[in-house]
Write a protein that binds this ligand. Structure first.
Ligand code: AMP
Length: 331
């Protein structure tokens, strides 16, 4: 087996500055000192590291420490202090696999448990970079909002999502059977809309006409107003409510999506612009239920519109949660 560098120093094959030597140990100056005093105390018998020590080595190791103590005294390092350390294997940074003890002294030696620097970016740097990204995102959103009418909401509003119960539906559907007899259900899908008015952008339509009910249907006398009430409904309830023939139907998606296709008789009030459509909204008669849909799922856009309508005392308002995504698969 190849000799360690310390064996060759002990054999005088390699020169070194010997500070102490007896039959069991040798103490030499470290070739690359980490402190003003940096001496290696090396047992002459080859032991790989602390992990290879045997019971009978206890006396030898005791001797190493006494040699170290004496050397520290010789260097006048006792009052200010010194450190004796040994490394075992890779994580400790052992480079010479022949047991040895470092005696360090002559200056403040720092904390022993300091960790090596991270290869890239300290926590502080990462936080700094993360902060910069957040600031950049906020600045971009502010610029976008200042030039774009379809603003990014600063805070995502959490809407109360209440599912319509059977009794809710019975209450509001009380008129449906009668109405359905007098008017067939108009639930055709326009893809694309054949009527020019249905493909007009929402803004143009908004100035042309306020929110309107489908056709010139006369509202049923038995309409039960419930101002501010917003309920979510599924497909069947939505169809049944439409069968009353007396409702406002609102498509809350973007004008572009509305133009591509929408439920017949729906008017377009894009959820992102509901606030700016208030003047149109408040002209709509309050004598019928309001049905709203968007893409389906979370129904954020529908809830935006419902929220505005609510403020002006409209209700009941029903949000069809299947939205356009479900509707087009079923019709
Ligand atoms: P360790 O990193 O714990 O294995 O310690 C090995 C030490 O041996 C290091 O501090 C090296 O600077 C030191 N060393 C390596 N070669 C020599 C040499 N020829 N003479 C004196 N010290 C040496």
């Amino acid at each position: 087996m190849q000799q360690t560098i310390f064996e060759r120093i002990i054999a005088r094959e390699i020169p070194s500055t010997i500070e102490f030597e007896d039959d069991r140990v040798i103490a030499i100056r470290d070739i690359a000192p980490s402190a003003p005093v940096h001496v290696l105390i090396i047992p002459k018998r080859v032991i790989r590291n602390v992990d290879d020590l045997a019971e009978q080595d206890a006396e030898l190791i005791g001797h190493v420490f006494l040699v170290a103590r004496d050397l520290a005294r010789k260097y006048g390092a006792v009052d200010n202090g010194y450190r004796i350390v040994t490394n075992c294997n890779e994580h400790a940074g052992q480079t010479v696999f022949h047991l040895h003890f470092h005696l360090l002294a002559g200056e403040p030696l720092g904390r022993m448990n300091s960790r090596p620097p991270r290869p890239s970016g300290s926590t502080r740097t990462m936080l700094f970079e993360g902060g910069l990204l957040v600031i950049a995102a906020i600045a971009l959103a502010a610029v976008f909002n200042s030039i774009n009418p379809r603003q990014i909401p600063w805070v995502k509003k959490e809407y109360e999502r209440t599912q319509a119960s059977q009794s809710d539906l019975e209450k509001y559907l009380a008129v449906s059977d009668t109405a359905a007899q007098s008017k067939p259900i108009d639930v055709a899908v326009n893809t694309p809309t054949p009527e020019p008015t249905k493909t007009e952008p929402a803004a143009a339509k908004a100035t042309a006409a306020p929110v309107a009910s489908p056709a010139s249907e006369k509202p049923m006398n038995s309409f039960v107003a419930d101002p501010g009430k917003v309920l979510e409904i599924g497909h069947d309830a939505f169809v049944r409510l439409m069968s009353t023939g007396s409702f406002h139907l609102i498509d809350a998606r973007t004008p572009e999506k509305y133009a591509e296709g929408h439920i017949a008789s729906a008017i377009n009030i894009y959820g992102g612009e509901a606030q700016s459509r208030i003047p149109d909204i408040i002209q709509a008669p309050r004598d019928r239920v309001i049905l709203i849909y968007c893409d389906g799922g979370e129904c954020e856009l529908s809830h935006h519109v419902a929220d505005v309508l609510k403020q002006f005392g409209y209700g009941p308002i029903f949000i069809y949660t299947g939205g356009w995504a479900e509707w087009k698969t079923k019709h």
